[in-house]
Write a protein that binds this ligand. Structure first.
Ligand code: MF3
Ligand code: CO
Length: 248
């Protein structure tokens, strides 16, 4: 059963989302060559704590960190380490915040210095695919409308959609019922209702959609080693347009 959010849930998710958005914006602005990925994780943890929120990923199914940092061919779930960010990298940051039992989840990808034009385009398309999906998060439309809009935006630009990882319902848990694939048929799937909160998170690859998991048990990489980007927002379906709870 999909639990629709109460007014109190929404107040808390809004606040969790506001905190998360601010922290993620700060993190993405501080990404630069020479920084270790664990420096970003420390920064995330400190900033969340200062705002009174808990890092939602830390300890989730044994995940060791607050932040996921995925570079170039890494798609998602990269574990922060001593690895240093370099000029030309594409860095994806994924962070979750918990506030009084309510969750928000968001991700963004940024280029470090100069990258090839096709990589710049991949970043733009990842972002516009998320926007296209969110635009379909409307009462009376179907889940498949979100999925199809994302897939179309990515594929019409010659990129590919990761199949093996999907978006999800969110609220009193990080992952709630309702999987949100980034590919599908419009007009299919559950009817969207007011009070649903969704984490919509397209992953777009420059090459093939096929991915693998590294030996650390977490890091998802593209099989062809081509770069990937990841954009995510937590949104609320309302009686009018969708409310982006992690907007910045
Ligand atoms: N946004 C991702 C997701 O929803 C990251 C969470 S996985 C974690 O799956 F294990 F790192 F927490
Ligand atoms: Co998520």
């Amino acid at each position: 059963m999909i639990r629709l959010k109460t007014a109190q849930d929404i107040v808390l998710m809004r606040e969790a989302g506001r905190i998360l958005a601010r922290v993620l914006q700060e993190l993405s602005a501080s990404v630069r060559a020479g920084l270790r990925t664990k420096d970003l994780d420390d920064q995330a943890e400190t900033a969340l704590a200062r705002a009174g929120a808990r890092p939602a990923f830390k300890g989730y199914r044994g995940y060791p960190s607050a932040l996921c940092v995925s570079i170039n061919e890494e798609v998602v779930h990269g574990i922060p380490s001593n690895r240093r960010i370099r000029e030309g990298d594409i860095v994806s940051l994924d962070l979750g915040a918990e506030l009084e039992g309510c969750f928000a989840d968001a991700a963004t990808s940024v280029a470090v210095g100069r990258v090839i034009p096709r990589a710049r385009q991949l970043l733009e398309v990842g972002k516009s695919a998320l926007a296209a999906g969110i635009a379909k998060a409307q009462v009376g439309l179907h889940l498949g409308d979100i999925s199809a809009a994302i897939q179309q935006e990515i594929e019409r630009n010659g990129f590919s959609v990761v199949r093996d990882f999907v978006g999800h319902g969110i609220g009193r848990q990080l992952h709630e019922e309702l999987q949100i694939p980034n590919f599908g048929e419009s007009g299919t799937g559950v009817l969207l209702q007011e009070g649903m909160t969704l984490a919509i998170e397209p992953m777009a690859n420059m090459g093939s959609f096929q991915v693998a998991i590294k030996n650390d048990g977490w890091t998802v990489v593209t099989q062809d080693k081509c770069p990937s980007v990841h954009f995510e927002h937590t949104i609320l379906i309302t009686g009018h347009s969708p409310e982006i709870l992690t907007e910045w």
